[in-house]
Design a binder for this molecule. Structure first.
Ligand SMILES: Cc1ncc(C[n+]2csc(CCOP(=O)(O)OP(=O)(O)O)c2C)c(N)n1
Ligand SMILES: [Mg+2]
Length: 535
């Protein structure tokens, strides 16, 4: 009787742990795994590894599940490192299967032998090189658990000859079939926070990416309403954590210390939920919070908790903590804080020249509340946050590590994961190019996302930062670049927009139908660069 191969045993793990589809860019070291793939294992080809990992990240976040990416030895893993760092910062659980040369001659360092273990540095949450081929299936199951518990990429490095080796069915896998994770919080653990909030004169809340799910939003809303406290969104976060059309939404915290202190000065207690205290971008002198402001943190991410500048931090699921606090606290009375009003949207352009603000206002007016919006538009990010309000979990998603090349593949992954939800990526013309080949996958696999390219002809944010330093950068404007033609080259439908009336017409036609789209569309929209950048 033919015995089971490691490959077959591994496929059983992929089915059991629902590590499907296989997002991959394969090479010769993965051929033994992939030839004659069983038809119940769907496969998604990405034409570059940043796109493979970006799509798997969008898929994992969209499905609240573990995604699987398959990469080809040094070149493949090396290409993917930035995307893996983003997956870690965005807390996306991924199993990353990295192919390696044949075990039997690795010692001779043959063509394609990889020095793989440390290539992605400390960005993976876990890495293994199974001691025996027979340990590979168990390693995949454990990697799924590690990825989910630690919320990031877990690497399994597999030499190509392992797949056709006989499995060892007499040994147990070193991984349970199911891991259940507890989410409840004891009342006693809430007591210190409860007292802090109960005795606060003017409490404020900060919402972070770590509460961006249905339970987190509901619990934070309940807590905010109980306290009648304003809720700020963390600056430069991966995701929204609170409905931005709620009367208690107070806007986004500024990203530098000076302006942060000015905001926090109005409060005596600030509770950061699902984020560290405090996420910053440009360095500025002085303390984060003014003297006398007590800062507290709740997060289930040990790193966020451990690095926070706070007097008390609770390592626990934020939804359970907020729900518990809302229940334990008495209803505060008094006036509601004044309602947050974003700066006024720009008037329709008299000279015909569109600004990012025109595009984002028109888009925001038409998007359904359940839209998934992926942001990768550096100089227009503040404008996007002012014009497009997150009204549901995943209503705002961005690469938290700051690396470009996430937007197009992530939106493709979201559209595959959540085909009924409208998915829009708003992407700068420069940003679009880092992982533009994900458009090919979006076409090939029917991902119906809308890609809105704010084509301002260059790296506007870099130009603004250079001006703030009193000079000019050596990088030119894009001039002869044609992003629309590049997208069309991947088979993606493209429409070019330059005038306001045309913009409204295209949005009226496409945005209401987004939930039903099954093919991508890229809008190449000519805009003038914004004159200011103050994140
Ligand atoms: C992988 C990567 N390389 C370089 C950068 C640095 N960077 C940040 S913003 C930016 C320019 C983005 O240009 P574009 O998308 O056109 O946005 P705009 O500034 O014009 O709004 C660059 C190069 C980065 N963040 N990530
Ligand atoms: Mg640009």
């Amino acid at each position: 009787m033919r015995s089971t191969t490691v490959r077959e045993a591994a496929f059983a793990v992929l089915r059991e742990q629902d590590l499907l589809p296989l997002f991959a860019n394969p090479g010769s070291t993965e051929v033994p795994l992939l030839v004659d793939l069983p038809p119940d294992l769907p496969f998604v080809l990405g034409l570059h590894e940043a796109s493979v990992v970006g799509m798997a990240t969008g898929w994992a976040l969209g499905r609240t599940a573990v995604g699987l990416a398959i990469l080809h030895t040094t070149a493949g893993l090396g290409n993917a490192v930035g995307a893996l760092a983003t997956a870690r910062a965005n807390r996306a659980p991924l199993v990353v299967l990295v192919g390696q040369q044949d075990r039997r001659h690795l010692a001779h360092e043959p063509f394609l032998a990889g020095r793989l273990r440390d290539l992605a540095g400390s960005y993976p949450v876990w890495t293994t090189e199974p001691a025996r081929p027979q340990d590979v299936p168990g390693a995949l199951a454990r990697a799924a658990h590690e990825a989910q518990t630690r919320r990031g990429p877990a690497l399994v490095i597999v030499p190509m000859d392992d797949w056709l080796a006989d499995a060892d069915e007499s040994r147990e896998a070193a991984a349970p079939t199911r891991v259940r994770r507890g989410g409840a919080v004891e009342a006693a653990e809430l007591d210190e926070l409860r007292r802090l909030l109960a005795t606060a004169r003017a409490p404020a809340l900060v919402a972070g990416a770590g509460v961006d799910d249905d339970a987190g939003w509901a619990a934070l809303v309940a807590l905010a309403e109980r306290l009648r406290a304003p809720v700020w969104q963390e600056s430069f976060g991966a995701r929204a954590g609170f409905p931005q059309d709620h009367p208690l939404f107070a806007g986004h915290l500024p990203a530098d210390r000076r302006r942060l202190r000015a905001v926090l000065a109005a409060f005596d207690v600030v509770l950061c939920v699902g984020t560290a205290a405090f996420r910053q971008y440009p360095y500025d002198d002085g303390p984060l919070a003014p003297a006398g402001v007590k800062v507290a943190v709740v997060s289930d991410d040990p790193d966020e908790v451990h690095r926070s500048a706070a007097s008390i931090a609770l390592l626990a699921p934020p939804a359970a903590v907020c729900a518990g606090l809302a229940q334990a606290l008495e209803q505060r009375d008094g006036d509601l804080p004044p309602r947050h009003r974003p700066p006024p949207a720009p008037q329709p352009p008299a000279d015909g020249q569109l600004l990012a603000g025109h595009v984002l206002t028109a888009l925001g007016e038409r998007l359904a509340p359940d839209a998934i919006v992926v942001e990768e538009t550096p100089s227009s990010r503040p404008e996007l946050q002012a014009r497009i309000l997150a009204r549901n979990p995943l209503g705002f998603v961005s690469a938290a590590m700051g690396g470009l090349g996430f937007g197009i593949p992530a939106a493709t992954g979201f559209a595959l994961a959540c085909p009924e939800r409208p998915v829009v990526a708003v992407v700068g013309d420069g940003s679009a190019l880092y992982s533009i080949q994900a458009l090919w996958s979006a076409v090939e696999y029917g991902a119906g996302a809308l890609f809105v390219v704010l084509n301002n002809g260059g790296y506007a944010v870099m130009d603004r930062l250079a001006e703030q330093q009193g000079g000019r950068g050596p990088w030119p404007q894009f001039g002869h670049l044609d992003v629309g033609a590049v997208a069309a080259g991947f088979g993606c439908s493209v429409r070019r927009v330059a005038a306001h009336a045309e913009l409204l017409e295209v949005f009226d036609e496409t945005v209401p139908e987004l939930g039903a789209r099954r093919e991508p569309l890229l809008l190449d929209i000519a805009v003038a660069p914004d004159a200011e950048f103050l994140p």
